[in-house]
Design a protein. Sequence first.
Length: 132
Amino acid sequence: FEKALTRSSLDSMTEIVRGFDLQLSRHLRGQEAELFPVLLKHLPVHGLPVTRRRLEGGEHEDRLKELRADLLAGRRGKFFYKGQLFVTFLREYLRAAEEILLPLALRLLTQEEWDRMRSSRLKNAQSHTSKV
């Protein structure tokens, strides 16, 4: 996103937001389809780490919608500010996945569960590749 700050082209900035949207959507769908159902089997009823990740993921989707609206409305100042904020929050979200969610999953999931998730991920990747 920092590269977009030096660009003045609306198309360039739109493309960057679209890229973030695509990557975030894939990430969130993957968590929901593969990791969360397996992880929730090992957590108490409330599943706090999963619930928190779902809420944070939704907040990121909302921030992307705001970015897109600011961009389309020509509010470059707000776009740049909110874009920098989005990148900061997204980095924190990804850091938390590496430092909290992944270690938790490594402790709780069996090898069989990891293998099933890996197999599912490969099938999904192949189906996306064949559609493109």
